[in-house]
Design a protein around this ligand. Structure first.
Ligand code: PHE
Length: 342
């Protein structure tokens, strides 16, 4: 019996199989009802009592080894794809995979960026978690000044006089670029921004912006107006008119809001433009000398303009989406409506 056990052990060691069918045959041969190991267990009944302990242990080891080997062979065969299923039918029509579509916000953001890159603007990005200095301080928001209330902020930590917060605009990227980049600077800054606003059809606590900055010698308000006009015509069509209304931002002086002529009613007045014939698309202005100086740029030698727009707003105007929340819910019925546009 001892010999038989040893023979079986070395036989098990050298077993191989290429198909699941063969693995099953091995299992039956060893552990099946009439298998060799099963037979040994039957023989065990006749082993003298004083040897039962020794042989019992040996038999159990043998059984475990066999079971392990069979499992190992089964796994190997499966990994090699050696299942016994009928081979692949290459004449069968393929399974159709639905293609996803790009999100309308991504499409709009890319379109804005590509228009400005044609005008020579590079893309600059920066962190979403920022400090007070880059979001407010360097942008001429005085401490405790009510201007900070314009943008309700999510604070992350109090951090002494430079708290950490979620950026409320991507103007912070413009500050970082002014600190680092050689002049002249011509950049657009796309990115997510965060404001503590109640979510409604017209406001959300997360949205996307593309802001722009151009700094060089002799940059004038006329340059700003021309850049905005060219952008508006590329984005909304050749016929588009713009109008600048005086406004206020701490970081630009003078500042303006830009309206484009409503391309739905062609200026006659409709419910999209609320009867005015104009739609507001962005804020802009000449960079305040204090902002240039705060980032180490000589405001006597250099001047610049900046602008900033909400991507959701531009997308809403382009596709007449009435509720901002659609952009964040990702209901595929909404997203699929852009399949043809994209
Ligand atoms: N940062 C402003 C905002 O988030 C937009 C802006 C940018 C206005 C640049 C003027 C100049 O509302």
């Amino acid at each position: 019996m001892k010999q038989k056990i040893e023979d079986l052990l070395s036989k098990i060691e050298s077993l191989t199989a290429g198909k699941l069918q063969e693995v099953e045959e091995i299992r039956v041969k060893l552990l099946g009802k009439k298998g060799e190991i099963t037979a040994l267990f039957d023989e065990f009944r006749n082993v003298p009592a004083e040897q039962k302990r020794e042989f019992g242990q040996k038999l159990n080891v043998l059984k475990t080894k066999a079971a392990e080997k069979i499992e190992e062979l089964r796994q190997k065969v499966e990994e090699m794809g050696g299942s016994d299923a009928p081979s692949f039918d290459c004449t069968k029509p393929g399974d159709k995979y639905d293609l996803g579509t790009r999100h309308p916000i991504s499409v709009t953001r890319e379109e804005i960026i590509s228009i400005f890159s044609k005008f020579g603007y590079a893309v600059a990005e920066g962190p979403e978690i920022e400090d007070d200095w880059h979001v407010f301080g360097a942008l001429n928001f005085p401490p405790e000044h009510p201007a900070r209330d314009m943008q309700d902020t999510f604070f992350i930590s109090a951090g002494g006089d430079n708290p950490i917060l979620l950026r409320t605009h991507t103007s912070s990227v413009q500050v970082r670029s002014m600190e680092r980049m050689p002049l002249p600077i011509r950049i657009v800054c796309p990115g997510r921004v965060f404001r503590n606003e109640a979510i409604s059809a017209r406001a959300h606590c997360i949205f996307h912006q593309v802001e722009g900055l151009y700094i060089d010698k002799n940059v004038s308000f006329a340059d700003l107006k021309q850049a905005v006009l060219l952008f508006a015509r590329e984005m909304f069509g050749e016929e588009t008119q713009i109008r600048l209304r005086p406004s206020y931002f701490p970081f630009t002086e003078p500042s303006a809001e830009v309206d484009v002529s409503c391309n739905i009613c062609k200026g006659k007045g409709c419910n999209i433009c609320k009867g005015t014939g104009w739609l507001e698309i962005m804020g802009c202005g000449m960079v305040d000398p204090n902002v240039l100086e705060a980032s180490g740029i000589d405001s006597k030698e250099y001047s610049g303009f900046a602008f900033g727009m909400g991507v959701e707003r531009i997308a809403m105007l382009k596709w007449q989406v009435k509720d901002l929340r659609h952009y964040f819910e990702n209901d595929v019925r909404f997203l699929r409506e852009f399949e043809t546009v994209i």
